[in-house]
Each structure stands twice: as C-alpha cells, then as structure tokens.
Design a protein around this ligand. Structure first.
Ligand SMILES: Nc1nc2c(ncn2[C@@H]2O[C@H](COP(=O)(O)O)[C@@H](O)[C@H]2O)c(=O)[nH]1
Ligand SMILES: [Mn+2]
Length: 271
C-alpha cells in the first residue's frame, strides 16, 4: 500500500505508511521534520511507534549532520534550540563527527561477527539433529538501527534508519512478528519514497511497562500456545499482544517489500 498519511506542518513533509500511529509519535516525527538539515522528507514505516528522541520505524536523510538520538550532547554550543534534547546532532566537520561514524561502523562490524558466530553455532546444532543438509553462501544480513551514506533525491546524504531496514531492489531482509506471530523473509523493491527502506518488525502497540501491567502469565501462555519458549513474568514485556499485527504491517508495505518466505516459529529463546 502506498503512503497513507502525510504530515505537512513542518519544514519537510512526513510520509507515513500506516494509519495506525498515535499523536505522540506524530509529534516526534514532526519535530524531526522541522530540523534544518533534514533532506526532502521523513519516512515512517508501518511499524512506527514512539522512541527516545527519534521515532522507531523512521528513516531520516540528513545533509552534513547525524542525529545519534540518544547522545544528548550540549547543543547550546551550536546555538540551536532543539524541540527535544534527544535530537542532538553532530554536524559534519566537527570534532566528534568522524569518531562517531567510525564507532558506528565498528559496532556494525562487531554485530556482524556476532551474528556469524551465532549462525555457525545454530548450524552445528542443527547438523547434529537433522538429516544431512547443504548450506549455501546466501545469508540475510540486516541491521535496523544504523546510519549510512547514500544517494537519494539528487543528493549524497546520511540516512539514519531507526528501527527500519534497508530495502533496495533485491536486498534480502527479515521482518519478525513476535514470540507468537509469523515472521517474514522479504526482498526489497527499492521504493525511492521510503529511501529504499522497510519496517523492521511488527512494532510495539504498547510500551514494555504498559505490557507488564496489562497482561498476565495466563495471557502469555495463551498467546504463545504451540511455541516452546519462556512463559514467565520475566518476558511479559515481549508478549505478542504488546506488538502490532505483523500481517497488517506486511500488507501496509506491499510497495516496499516482496514476501519470499513466511515463517512460523516453533521455538523462541529469550535471555
Ligand atoms: N520472531 C520474533 N519477533 C520478535 C520477538 N520479539 C520481538 N519481535 C519483533 O521484532 C521487532 C524488533 O524487535 P526490537 O526488540 O528490536 O524492537 C519487534 O518490533 C517485533 O515485531 C520474538 O521473540 N520473536
Ligand atoms: Mn532491536
């Protein structure tokens, strides 16, 4: 489905791929769209929900600046009044900008090495219990909180995907549902209006604290029936009912990704 709502009362528009977004998240998106260095528009994915400073499920392209969202540095230095101190940003060419970019890339490589190690362990475990199988070199690798230099709408810009994944034409991605719902392996369609992006999951409909108050262990038992997983109070904050409907999210982003595989988990491991 194409963009369902556009907020137009800021410097650049906010294009939203769902009609299911609360007022506080809209306010947060509008704050971002008002910043002087935001490029063209802000894209909000179908799993959009409130975050710290920047909204989860948002894609923000910026000229010569990056918003690390939770850095909270002292912006008076730049004589800029921010609508939210968690929108503090590093202007390109300043002391810590390059350090920040280098650190982000280091963290991404570290995360990649971790995923590779986990994948190797899982494959070893599967090989011990399943009939012989072959492993191909194809693996899905997708970060959902990161910044990268990309070209969009005629400019080289920094693109921050906060709870969003890259979905250029042909990019493979994973869009997980919850402990109880389905998950999807997708292929990007390279939709320019989304800055070639996609939702990173179902997205929360309620905060962790609200979920803990709202649901009981009996609800968890019921909502994860058929899945081997923890059913205790310690994982109530991730109960399926705390998330949006993943199938609706997938329907809302038909123009962003193509579904290659639909997965229904049988085991869910949470630390
Ligand atoms: N398949 C599963 N998906 C899950 C589970 N818990 C959460 N989720 C989904 O992932 C996204 C991203 O999670 P986040 O912790 O990075 O926000 C979230 O929006 C859910 O849709 C799970 O146990 N299994
Ligand atoms: Mn995460």
């Amino acid at each position: 489905m194409p963009v369902q709502q556009v907020l137009t009362d800021q410097r650049v528009p906010v294009k939203i791929w769902t009609d299911d977004v609360d007022d506080r998240s809209k306010e947060q998106l509008a704050n971002i769209a008002g910043l002087p260095f935001v490029h063209h528009h802000v894209a909000a994915m179908p799993d959009v929900h409130l975050g710290i400073g920047a909204t989860i499920g948002s894609v923000i392209a910026t000229h010569k600046a990056i918003i690390p969202a939770a850095v909270g540095v002292d912006m008076e230095r730049w004589m800029i009044q921010l609508p939210d101190r968690d929108l503090a940003y590093f202007p390109e060419g300043t002391e810590h900008f390059n350090d920040y970019v280098e650190a982000v890339h280091w963290a991404q490589e570290y995360a990649m090495a971790n995923r590779q190690a986990m994948l190797d362990l899982v494959l070893d475990a599967l090989a011990r219990h399943l009939p012989p199988f072959t492993v191909t070199t194809e693996a899905v690798n997708c970060h959902h909180n990161y910044v990268a230099k990309e070209h969009h709408y005629g400019a080289d810009v920094w693109v921050t995907r906060k709870g969003a994944i890259r979905a250029r034409e042909g990019d493979l991605g994973i869009v997980p549902g919850s402990m109880g719902a389905r998950s999807y392996i997708v292929r990007g369609k390279g939709n320019a209006e989304s800055f070639c992006s996609s939702a990173h999951g179902a997205g929360r409909r309620m905060s962790r604290t609200a979920a803990e108050k709202h649901f009981t262990e009996a609800d968890l038992e019921m909502q994860t029936a058929g899945v081997i997983c923890r059913k205790d109070k310690g994982v109530l904050d991730e109960i399926p009912g705390a998330y949006k409907d993943i199938d609706q999210v997938m329907a809302n982003q038909r123009d962003l990704t193509e579904i290659l595989h639909t997965l229904k988990q049988v085991v869910c491991v949470k630390g």
